[in-house]
Ligand binder design. Structure first.
Ligand code: PEP
Ligand code: MG
Length: 325
């Protein structure tokens, strides 16, 4: 209820047995930060940087980007802020950037693929992020990483710009964390290898589901294949979380699934570290977490992953075991 939720705003997110899970917000622009704080966000788990590129008729300058990122980290006052580098392409186009006509845009030239190909776009963004990192706790996240070499190349460019900023005497966080979105099955399957090199994972279930079931996330005719509780997807998620923990790293989730009340008990049972969602879902999720005991959720996960064979079966199992309203 409302009174309980108001109290929860300033409380950390803990399970009934005292395990802490971070609940963060997904935001699109610096204007969304206040709403996230008002909703009790413990951090920003995903800032989509696309708005900077979409709302103008030319490429945003390094300084414009710096100001936007700095505003966000300053408003968050030391709380972690994960900013994702440009995720243009797919269905998002820019008037000033001619992208090729593609048969399969979601399998084509987008996100990190563009950034690595067009460094004149990527480097100013990297510099803006590094400069803003001096003003709070900023983490850099790369979207649509399919291979380790893509991550290595992106990281090398960040390190190269670190060297440049140092020479220019411009301050930045030298310990800045760099992570990847896990939204392509290849990176989930290879999570144990990735975990040795990245600082963190953030599972992007919107795309991970689309690519795992080979079903366009915007196509109504195949929407029955949007199956967040299918054991195939749950195993990819569990594998990713386990792999990160083995290397002492953390895993977040910033797809819609992180705020899905049926998925939350499963994700808690798997030990997901951070749940990032739209601000409007934060308090109801924190309230749910408080009612759940993780020692009872681990057997639930085992059953869902090993005994269930359909999305529907898992959903029924969770609803039977956990009182979710
Ligand atoms: C995702 O794919 O789950 C995600 C968070 O990224 P976007 O929705 O921006 O593609
Ligand atoms: Mg995505």
């Amino acid at each position: 209820d409302k009174a309980e939720w108001a109290k929860l705003k300033s409380e950390p997110s803990v399970s009934k047995n005292g395990q802490h899970f971070e609940i963060a917000a997904n935001i699109g622009t610096p204007d969304d930060v206040q709403g996230a704080l008002d909703a009790g966000a413990e951090g920003i788990g995903l800032m989509r940087s696309e708005f900077l590129y979409m709302d103008t008729d030319k490429l945003p300058s390094e300084d414009d980007q710096f100001e936007a990122y700095k505003t966000v980290v300053e408003k968050m006052a030391g709380k972690p802020v994960t900013i994702r580098t440009m995720d243009i392409g797919g269905d998002k186009h820019l008037p000033y950037l001619t992208l090729p006509e593609e048969m399969n845009p979601f399998l084509g030239y987008r996100a990190i693929r563009i950034s690595l190909d067009q460094e004149t776009i990527f480097r100013p963004q990297v510099r803006a992020l590094l400069r803003a990192s001096h003003y709070g706790q900023l983490r850099i996240m790369f979207p649509m990483i399919a291979t380790l070499n893509e991550f290595r190349r992106a990281k090398a460019i960040v390190q190269d710009e670190m060297t440049n900023l140092k020479q220019e005497g411009i301050p930045f966080d030298e310990e800045i964390k760099m992570g990847i979105m896990v939204e392509i099955p290849a990176s989930a399957v290879l999570a144990d290898q990735f975990a040795k090199e990245v600082d963190f994972f953030s599972i992007g279930t919107n795309d991970l589901i689309q690519y795992t079931f080979a079903a366009d996330r915007g196509n109504e005719q195949v929407s029955y294949l949007y199956q967040p509780y299918n054991p195939a997807l749950l195993r990819l998620i569990k594998h990713t979380i386990d792999a990160s923990h083995k290397e002492g790293k953390f895993t977040a989730m910033c797809g819609e699934m992180a705020g899905d009340q049926t998925a939350v008990p499963l994700l808690m049972g798997m030990g997901l570290d951070e749940f990032s969602m739209s601000s409007s879902s934060i308090l109801k999720t924190r309230s749910l977490m408080k009612k759940l005991d993780t020692t009872q959720l681990q057997p639930l996960v085992d059953q869902a992953l090993n005994d269930c064979d359909t999305c529907e079966e898992v959903e029924a199992l969770v609803k039977k075991t956990v009182k979710v309203d």
